[in-house]
Design a protein around this ligand. Structure first.
Ligand SMILES: Nc1ncnc2c1ncn2[C@@H]1O[C@H](COP(=O)(O)OP(=O)(O)OP(=O)(O)O)[C@@H](O)[C@H]1O
Length: 952
């Protein structure tokens, strides 16, 4: 006598609460229908004769509202229920993609793992960067996220599989459903995690799952007399099920894409893990592969029909290929398939499933599905998933003693989903068909997020309700149910197909893939937030009940579907597939295919389908419409924002250029001004008789170039003579030698008498005169000048060019001063734009070069200096002569005219001109301090100079 397998504990102990609760005669739970709300299971209520009530005393899993639903807290009353122990949040694992050698990171990684479970995410914008100020994102610049586990970049595929997926594989072998989905932006590593890479050891979790499944059931393969149908049902298998599955593509397709059928290196990877299974059972494994693309579900293992009519030429072979595929509908699972569980999920009607006998056979099928996924356009133009790929593995487990009893079978499903990239469209520049794809991807992922949110809120609400005390200490379950929101599973094909995992008994795992080198900080933040939300949703992992139908129906064939009643209008589009090319070692090929996608037609809703609330439906439609409008306006805003940014940048650049020009002009003016002042000062000293004999008052008269040259010669000679007068007797011979070289020696002698008492005054003048503003090239120029002079003369001479350069040549007149101020006022408008640093006082003191006692410079040929000085002198004109002081007061007119002129505006290289001017200035003013002092000591008019300079 065969021992009947003991039904799984949960199957026998749990009873799903029907939507309508019989008030008095049955034990009720304070939970709404799972299919609609997925509320957490509630404790058993006391019997009531009036209405279904839940005694608070029995609400053992009541949770403090602010706390997560399943976390036991100190405030719990009574013992924990068995169900409470079974609930667990959706597991969320973060995998950080490493930086690949082929692409340079555009920024440093913005994810910093803090521990095995938490990570800090910081906006890669440098806070010092100006861009930070213009950050318009509403996402927080730094956040910490928590996961079930975080896998750093160096995690191996094997480790990743072991920690994330192996528990699900164990579950499915023990008759428990499981769901795993990979979520993340494009290029973050979802496909790599699920499917794997091309190199050895890089097989992903899907091939490893197949390996472990077949390793574990080795020797325990079932006969395959029954096959799974719909969601939970079983049927008698027919001949088609025993036929080997098609593992090669349609011949025409194989010709086009034959190279894609090459076994990849990762096929050689075989995961050796073996799990312990109950050897009293035998197992059969069935595989199907579907994709959700543009809100339609397609079978990726369906035969591709080549309906070529010669319309579309193929670029390489000249033939044409027209491929047709048909969308599948989602239908509600009849309650008769799962009377024990009472869960009404949806199944993909007409999805082919194949019994696989080995891991390699299963992998070949998966490969075929991948190929079809590529052919049908979602991976055509680039290696990016624009569809959600779902591999559904069903494990049918039957007791070996009851091989012929279909009612003793247990069907568990494990679905692995590779979701499409979650990036937002405006960042991918998608248009046309791609925009539609992106819109639909966003829609399904948005609905998935909405479902999670509503599930979480419902679960919290139930928990809060259960924790609240009614007036009589009891609670009406109908009140609880009324407050729960409808979970919008039906608003996306993706969520519709997966809904039973969230509301039924299953374990759910979410893999979050992040590429921290991606600049998409905002997108990745959305991904992280989604993960945080998912972690707050609780599911109930529990074995599915044993199939307890009185008899299994033997109808239909797995691969057949009934013809549609209404001929759908197919959607036709072209797909270009590029293969080979540089790097692949194969010749580049391009194939243009035409794809016909037929609609699923009218899907007759069965009576068992959940009732549709027209108001809710209308609201969802409106939400969808608003979402699309929002999306469009976001796109418009993004474009406008980009345009405005560009315009502002252009304007700023222009403004910066004009400011630069203005400052260059002002700099030149200042240099010019300083030059004039220095010349004027030398002239004043010269004419006051400090450097020679008292100068006769001069009547202003037109100056010729020749007279300017002559005056300049006088200045130079006077300086030399004064220096020479003070020479000691030891220096006399050298002085004579020097003077003898000059044709102006006689002239110098005539001017030798000087007045005593000047040195003190001259020193005061030097002390008073402010230093010139220090220009960036001052030091450099001074050094240049010195080195030039040294190399020229071989004498240690000091440039006094900078001495007194801050003094205005117009100091003799108040009016002139005000005029001079007026010159600065002209720049007021420009000053508005000047940075704060540019508004500092113009005559900024600079370190003054100290004249060192040095030998008298050798006599130099005056010609070049005179000619340079001539220019400065010719720009000055004598104004009035103060007969008492013998000081010439110079008007500023010419000086200002010169200042205002735009003589230097057109100079392309202001810095070069500046250097040149400074060098000229330095050369013109070569005189030792000692010389000045000695000269000043010989004249009494120093007092007058002092008085004059006091006005400066
Ligand atoms: N952990 C990893 N180690 C090494 N390479 C990786 C890893 N993750 C991803 N890659 C590589 O990064 C690239 C992008 O990965 P993948 O195609 O898996 O991204 P995806 O998220 O699936 O993108 P899409 O959504 O566009 O399909 C691939 O070349 C893949 O081999």
């Amino acid at each position: 006598m065969s021992t009947k397998p003991k039904p799984p504990v949960r199957a026998s102990t749990r009873t799903k609460t029907p939507t309508t609760v019989a008030p008095s005669t049955r034990t009720t739970r304070a939970t709404a229908s799972k299919s609609a709300t997925a509320t957490p299971p509630a404790p058993v209520a006391k019997k009531s004769t009036r209405k279904p009530l839940v005694s608070k005393d029995n609400a053992t899993d009541a949770v403090v509202p602010s706390k997560p639903v399943s976390k036991p807290t100190a405030k719990r009353k009574g013992p924990k229920s068995a169900e409470d122990d079974e609930r667990e949040p959706i597991m969320a694992y973060l995998r950080i993609r490493p930086h690949l050698g082929d692409d340079e990171p555009s920024s440093s990684p913005y994810l910093e793992p803090l521990s095995d479970t938490s990570v800090r995410m910081t906006d890669p914008h440098d806070p010092q960067n100006n861009a930070w100020r213009y950050r318009v994102s509403t996402i927080a610049p730094s956040s910490i996220y928590t996961f079930s586990h975080i896998f750093p970049t160096h995690t191996s595929q094997s480790d990743f599989f072991t920690k994330t997926t192996l528990p699900l594989v164990r579950d499915v072998l023990q008759g428990q459903n499981g769901l795993l989905f990979a979520y993340g932006v494009t290029n973050s590593g979802k496909t790599y995690s699920v499917q794997g890479g091309a190199h050895a050891g890089s097989a992903g979790i899907l091939p490893r799952t197949l390996d472990v499944l077949f390793n574990s059931i080795d020797g325990l393969h079932g006969t395959g007399k029954y096959r799974p149908v719909r969601l939970q049902g079983v049927e008698l298998a027919d001949k088609t099920d025993s036929a080997p599955p098609p593992v090669s593509p349609e011949p025409g397709l194989a010709e086009v894409l034959g190279q894609h059928m090459d076994p990849a290196a990762s096929d050689a990877d075989i995961d050796p893990t073996v799990l312990k299974v109950d050897r009293n059972y035998e197992y059969t494994i069935w595989l199907s592969y579907a994709e959700v693309y543009n809100e339609k579900v397609y079978d990726l293992l369906d035969n591709v029909q080549d309906n070529s009519t010669g319309g579309i030429p193929r670029s390489n072979s000249g033939k044409s290929l027209l491929l047709t595929r048909k969308a599948l509908s989602l239908k509600p699972s009849p309650p008769s398939d799962s009377p024990e569980s009472g869960i009404s999920g949806k199944y993909i009607s007409g999805l082919r499933q194949f019994r696989v006998h080995s891991a390699s056979q299963a992998k070949a099928l998966v490969k075929l599905g991948q190929l079809h996924r590529r052919v049908f356009g979602t991976l055509a133009n680039r290696e990016s998933s624009r569809s959600h790929g779902m591999v559904i593995l069903k494990v049918v487990r039957g007791h070996r003693g009851e091989r012929d009893d279909p009612t003793a079978l247990q069907i568990a499903r494990l679905t692995l989903v590779d979701l499409a990239g979650s990036e937002r469209t405006k960042h991918t520049q998608t248009t046309g068909d791609r925009l539609k794809e992106a819109g639909n991807i966003n829609k399904s992922l948005m609905v998935l997020g909405q479902c999670m949110e509503v599930l979480r809120n419902n679960q919290r609400r139930v928990a809060v309700s259960l924790s609240q005390e009614g007036s009589d200490g009891r609670m009406d379950t109908r009140d609880v149910k009324r407050g729960l929101a409808v979970v919008p599973f039906r608003h996306s094909k993706l969520t519709e197909a997966l809904m039973d995992y969230f509301v039924g008994d299953a374990r759910a795992v979410m893999i979050v893939n992040v590429n921290p080198y991606d600049t998409g900080y905002d997108e990745n933040s959305h991904v992280m937030k989604f993960a945080a939300l998912a972690r707050e949703v609780y599911v109930t992992p529990a074995p599915v009940p044993v199939q307890r139908l009185p008899g299994a129906k033997a109808q239909g064939s797995a691969g057949k579907r009934s013809p549609p009643e209404v001929a759908p209008k197919p959607y036709r589009r072209k797909v270009t597939i590029s293969t080979g090319g540089p790097g692949s070692g194969k010749k580049a090929r391009e194939a243009v295919l035409e794809v016909l996608e037929e609609d699923e037609g009218d899907v007759a809703e069965s009576d068992d389908d959940e009732p549709i609330n027209p108001l809710v439906d209308a609201l969802f439609d409106e939400v969808e419409e608003l979402r699309m409008q929002l999306f469009e306006s976001e796109m418009r805003c993004a474009i406008i924002e980009a345009e405005v940014r560009e315009e502002v940048m252009r304007e700023m650049e222009e403004r910066m250029a004009s400011m630069e020009k203005m400052y260059a002009r002002r700099l030149m003016n200042e240099v010019e001004q300083n030059e004039m002042k220095t010349d004027a000062k030398i002239d004043m000293l010269h004419h006051s008789g400090l450097f020679g004999s008292p100068v006769k008052p001069r009547v202003p008269q037109p100056r010729s170039a020749a007279s300017d040259v002559s005056e300049e010669e006088d200045v130079e000679m006077s300086l030399i003579e004064h220096g020479a007068d003070d020479l000691t007797s030891e220096d006399e011979s050298e002085r004579s030698r020097s003077l003898s070289l000059s044709p102006l020696a006689g002239k110098g002698k005539a001017r030798s008498p000087t007045k005593p008492g000047t040195p003190r005054i001259i020193r005061e003048v030097r002390e008073y005169i402010p230093d010139p503003p220090m220009l960036p090239s001052d030091t450099e120029d001074a050094e240049l000048t010195e080195s030039e002079l040294e190399s020229d003369d071989g004498t240690d001479v000091v440039s006094v060019a900078s001495v007194g350069t801050g003094v205005s040549a117009t100091t003799g007149s108040e009016d002139d001063e005000s005029q001079s101020d007026g010159d600065y006022n002209e720049d007021e408008e420009e000053d508005k734009w000047a940075p704060a640093s540019a508004k500092t006082p113009r005559a900024k003191p600079a370190p003054q070069r100290v004249a060192s006692p040095s030998p008298v410079p050798k006599m130099q040929a005056p010609t070049p200096r005179v000619s340079k000085l001539e220019r400065g002198m010719s720009q000055l004109s004598l104004g009035e002569v103060d007969p008492d002081d013998s000081v010439i007061i110079l008007p500023a007119k010419k000086f200002r005219a010169r200042q205002e002129s735009s003589e230097y505006e057109d100079q392309a290289e202001p810095s070069v001109a500046l250097k040149k001017k400074k060098r000229q200035l330095a050369k013109k003013s070569v005189v030792t301090e000692e010389q000045i002092e000695r000269a000043a000591a010989k004249t009494d008019s120093g007092k007058n100079v002092k008085r004059m300079t006091g006005r400066f």
